[in-house]
Design a protein around this ligand. Sequence first.
Ligand code: UDP
Ligand code: MG
Length: 332
Amino acid sequence: MPTKDLISVVVPCFNEQEVLPATHARLAAVMQAMEGFDYEIVYVDDGSRDETGEMLRQLQASDGHVRVLFLSRNFGHQMASTAGLDAAEGDAVVLIDADLQDPPELIPEMVARWKEGYDVVYGQRRRREGETAFKLFTAKVFYRLFHRLAAIDMPLDTGDFRLMDRRVVQAVRRLRERDRFLRGMVSWMGFRQTAVLYRRAPRAAGQSKYPVWKMLRFALDGIFSFSVLPLRLATVLGAGVLGAATVALLYALVAWVSTGQWVGGGAALVMAMLLLGGVQLLCLGVIGEYVGRIYGEAKQRPLYLLRERLGFPEQRVAGADVPARSGYQDAA
Ligand code: UDP
Ligand code: MG
C-alpha cells in the first residue's frame, strides 16, 4: 500500500492569544476533512510575551498532529517562518499566517494544484478587506517598485501564504541569507509555480505586528536583497551633477571671455556645495546599506535559536539536509 502524502502546515505566531484557538479549530477542521493525506501543524512561537506559548502547549497535548517550536526570543515573521520550514517534514508544506487573514479553506485547492504537478502554489490576493487605505496604497506602490527594480519576476499581490513541494522547501533551506524576503526567494528559485486567487480577510482578532517602520524595513530588505540598482543610482547621480557642473563652468568661461568679468555669487557656490554634499551623502548611505548587509552575512550567526521542540517525532533528524553553517545544528 502506498503511504499517504504528508502535508505540513507552518504557522508563525507572535502574541496571537486572541485568535489562536479559532485558528487551530479552522485549520484542524480543514486538514481533517482532506481525504487521503496525513498532516502535521507546525506552530512556531516567535518569542510571544502573552499566553500564546501556554496555549500552544495545550493544543499540542490534546492534538497529536500539533508540533511546536519555541524560539529563544522574537526573531521576526520571516525567521519564524524559516524555523518552521526547517522543521516541517511534509511532502508539501503550507505557510500560513496565524491571524486567519489567509483562509485555511484554500489549502485543499492548493494541494489539488500541487497534485496536478505544480511545485509552488501561492495565494494571490484578489481583494483585501479591512486593511487601511494607507496599507493598501503602500503595498501597491511597493510591489510595483519591486517589480521594476529587482531582477526577478515576483508575482504581484502575493504574500507568504503558499504551498511548496518538499524539493522547494529543501531549496529554501539552502538559502541562509539573513535579510530574508521569503516570497522573493521562492520566486527566484523557479520550479513550476501557479496562483490560486483569494480574498484577504481582515485580521480575525488581535493587532497587526507590523507597524509602519517594520513594514518599511521589510520593503527595503526586499529591494536591497534582490537588486543592485540603488548602487547604480550613485553613478547616475554623479554623472548628472558632473554634467551640471560642466555646463555651469562653460557658461562662466564664455561670460568671462565675452565680458571680461568673472561670475560672482556666493549663493551659487553654496548651492553647488549643498548639492554635491547631498549627493555624496546619499550615495554613501546607499553603499552603507549594502556594506551593513555584508557585515551581517559575514558574522554567520544562526538565523534563529530554538528553546524547545515539542511534539516532533524523535527518530528523524529534522533539517539533516541543511548545510553545516546554517545554525540548525546549534538549534536542534
Ligand atoms: N509574526 C511573527 N513574528 C513577528 C511578527 C509577526 O511570527 O515578529 C507572525 C504573526 O503572528 C502572524 C504573521 O507573522 O501570524 C503575520 O503578522 P501580522 O498579521 O501581524 O502582519 P500583517 O498581516 O499585519 O502584515
Ligand atoms: Mg496579518
